[in-house]
Design a protein. Sequence first.
Length: 89
Amino acid sequence: GWDNRESYVELENCIRLNEQGEIEAKEGTKKLFDAFILECEEVDKVEHPLSAELKANTEPATGPAGMGMEAMMMAAMGMMPMGMGMGMM
């Protein structure tokens, strides 16, 4: 076996697809080690729809009057955003 870990192929914009061809996860950049590549060809990028689960996880949660989830949580816990300390209200 060869132990040169400095040699790799870097893949950008990696995505994981489910059985329906929908994007299940966006994984960013990956390094491929220990692979024997016989040939490589350039292909056109194909747009894939997001899976329902990924859509639900990437859409910002909003509550009353368009208030973001973080602001709702802070309001529920009686907290003030940074910069809103005593004397600044």
